[in-house]
Design a protein around this ligand. Structure first.
Ligand code: ADP
Length: 484
């Protein structure tokens, strides 16, 4: 039997070590699914925690160029994928998010902070860890985008590379001078390389140098090749379309399971759906809403323009006028946080807003809400619409990216949600109204809930597609390499 394929999965966040969004969920669940396919996978992720228990060091890297010294320590729990935590306290152990300080400004040294992550990935692929080196370096989002560039300019590195776009809106763009700071050769700074209109783009580096590109849903893969949705990179993406695949994210069906979820008030399944209402009461009670039987609408989101939060804000008085309740958990742009807080103060019986990041409350809202709102302007994949369906909570989504690929409209037999196309508040309101009508028809509502709960959202099929890509690019690399 050939030895298992070895994959180094490089990411800036990973559950349970760090999380600001869906990337962290994917970074833990996809490697676990790959392991089920007998792939030898390690996750390389910065260690942001100040007090993380340090296991034995796997490797130590001396300071080089502008990079300080760093260490990899392995964190493993019994049946999970080994996580290689990149320890460099001066870069990563800070108060704030992985990307920003507590006042919401990007860390000024993000180029070199995430440059280090990519550099270390390339070092590992060049044999810096004697006992293990990868066949494929799988890089995720701009923070890992330089790894394919470093690999290209490191003669000892033999690994192939995959670059996955989780969100094209974040590109990691820095002044041209960063090229030298990061120790990349001057020749890389060209239109055929990592230059983007006179600046350095980490994301473009990934798109240009990786052997294969993937993104997190088939619809988004098509959308980003258009001028309207390509974030200035549609030309390169179209040029590379033969290597670009859209693979829908799965969800962690163990962590998100209403039958076993320790974060919810009452567990339930499709057979005991009536128990779900206990969770609605728990949400209402925690959120200070009245114990109404009218539809409870849930939102768990980064509060940004991408997510259509402004449409929800604009509609809020009309939702209250229809006796609906709204529970929002999120954080993000100050203007949205402020307007939402004002709405909660104006309509305390109907609207509750929790500003912050609270994993356990997110689970409870998924279990307790009747309807989940996700009216994104664009959405590479999105996770909550899938969690919602698994929890018998009916999503209302805009037909974009992964939302279009993972929610079937109520109008078809397999329907489990409400899908609208218009990029405005009126389109969202019309879809909510359709949902409320269905809510009042018990049999119809039950049909939608059961359809969603029975839909397969696991990682199996998607992990198999990643494996195909790994095999293809490793074979391509071996054909190009002179035999040893
Ligand atoms: P994003 O664009 O933010 O990555 P996704 O829908 O792909 O959006 O993933 C968001 C993930 O982050 C989901 O698991 C969601 O539950 C979680 N999340 C977002 N905001 C919060 C919050 N304020 N508290 C808890 N979880 C959150």
């Amino acid at each position: 039997m050939p030895p298992p394929l070895r994959i180094l999965f490089v990411t800036s966040e990973c559950v349970p070590y760090s999380k600001t969004g869906g990337l962290a969920d994917v970074s833990s669940a996809l490697p676990a699914a790959l392991r089920e396919l007998s792939i030898d996978v390690r996750v390389l992720v910065p260690s942001y925690g100040k007090a993380l228990a340090h296991g034995p060091a796997v490797a130590t890297f001396a300071a080089t160029g502008n990079f300080p010294g760093s260490t990899i320590v392995e964190a493993t729990s019994q049946d999970s994928v080994p996580a290689w935590l990149l320890v460099c306290p001066e870069f990563y152990a800070r108060n704030g998010s992985p990307y920003q300080s507590t006042d919401g400004a990007d860390w000024a040294d993000n180029a070199i902070r995430f440059g280090l992550l990519s550099k270390v990935a390339a070092l590992i692929a060049s044999g810096a860890v004697p006992q293990w080196s990868p066949d494929v370096v799988h890089c995720n989002d701009w923070q890992a985008g330089l790894a394919p560039a470093y690999l290209r300019y490191t003669p000892a590195a033999r690994a192939a590379s995959v670059f996955t776009i989780h969100n094209l809106a974040f590109q990691g763009i820095f002044p041209a001078g960063a090229v030298e700071t990061l120790g990349l050769p001057g020749e890389s700074f060209s239109i055929n390389g990592l230059e983007y209109y006179g600046q350095l783009s980490f994301l473009k580096a990934g798109l240009f140098y990786a052997d294969a590109i993937t993104t997190v849903s088939p619809t988004y893969a098509t959308e980003i090749q258009t001028e309207a949705n390509g974030g200035g990179l549609h030309g390169l993406l179209s040029y590379r379309r033969s290597t670009l695949s859209g693979i829908l994210n799965g969800i962690d069906t163990h962590a998100w399971n209403p039958a076993t979820d320790p974060c919810i008030a009452r567990t339930y399944s499709a057979a005991t759906l009536e128990e779900k209402s206990q969770n609605k009461r728990a949400v209402q009670s925690r959120a200070g809403l009245t114990a109404s039987n009218e539809p409870l609408l849930g939102v768990i989101s980064r509060l940004t323009g991408q997510k259509g939060i402004d449409w929800i804000i604009d509609l809020a008085p009309q939702l209250v006028a229809r006796s609906l309740q709204l529970v929002v958990l999120g954080n993000g742009e100050a203007r949205y946080e402020r307007r939402l807080a004002e709405l909660a103060a104006a309509y305390p019986a109907n609207i509750s807003v929790t500003i912050g990041f609270d994993e356990a409350f997110a689970h409870l809202i998924e279990a307790g809400a009747d309807i989940f709102l996700m009216p994104s302007r664009f959405e590479p994949c999105g996770m909550n619409q899938m969690y919602s369906q698994r929890y018998g909570t009916v999503p209302v989504v805009r037909a974009t990216g992964g939302l279009a690929d993972s929610v079937d409209d109520a109008s078809i037999p397999a329907g489990a949600g409400f899908v609208f196309s218009e990029a405005n508040a009126a389109g969202l309101l019309a879809a909510i109204e359709r949902a409320v009508i269905a809510f009042r028809d018990q049999a119809e509502w039950r049909r939608l809930q059961i359809n969603g709960m029975q839909r397969e959202f696991g990682w199996q099929a998607s992990a198999a597609r990643y494996l195909e890509i790994y095999r293809r690019i490793v074979a391509g690399k071996n054909n190009l390499m002179p035999s040893a």
